[in-house]
Design a protein around this ligand. Structure first.
Ligand SMILES: [Cu+2]
Length: 114
């Protein structure tokens, strides 16, 4: 059963080096990352906190099927900081993410859930 651990180094090679810290393993294991480039993916979540100056929002998001992501809590960079004027902590939101040139996912649209 120990041989299972040999799978992990192979998956690690697929992740960009910048993807670290409390960011998660959304990049690996699904095979969806190549297809995800420059494509918007819709999600829903709840805002935990936001930093309008830094353009960062912490969301607990549900599964995003088009990316093979499961639900989790994480920080997202928001491309248009002005979009954060419309949301606040505790609010349910609809959002879209797309993969940026640096390999990170950023929110391209976010607003109160309909
Ligand atoms: Cu996530």
């Amino acid at each position: 059963m120990k041989k299972i651990s040999y799978i992990l180094p192979a998956l690690a090679l697929l992740s960009p080096p910048a993807f670290a810290g409390d960011m998660h393993n959304h990049m690996s294991g699904t095979g969806a990352s190549a297809k995800a480039a420059a494509q918007a993916h819709k999600g829903q979540g709840t805002v935990n906190k936001l930093d309008a100056q830094a353009g960062i929002v912490n969301l607990t998001h549900g599964p995003i099927k088009s990316l093979g992501w499961s639900g989790m809590t994480m920080d997202f960079k928001v491309k248009d900081k002005a979009a954060l004027d419309k949301i606040k902590a505790g609010m349910k939101v609809d959002f879209e993410v797309s993969k940026e040139a640096d390999g990170m996912f950023a929110i391209t649209h976010i607003g109160p859930a309909k």
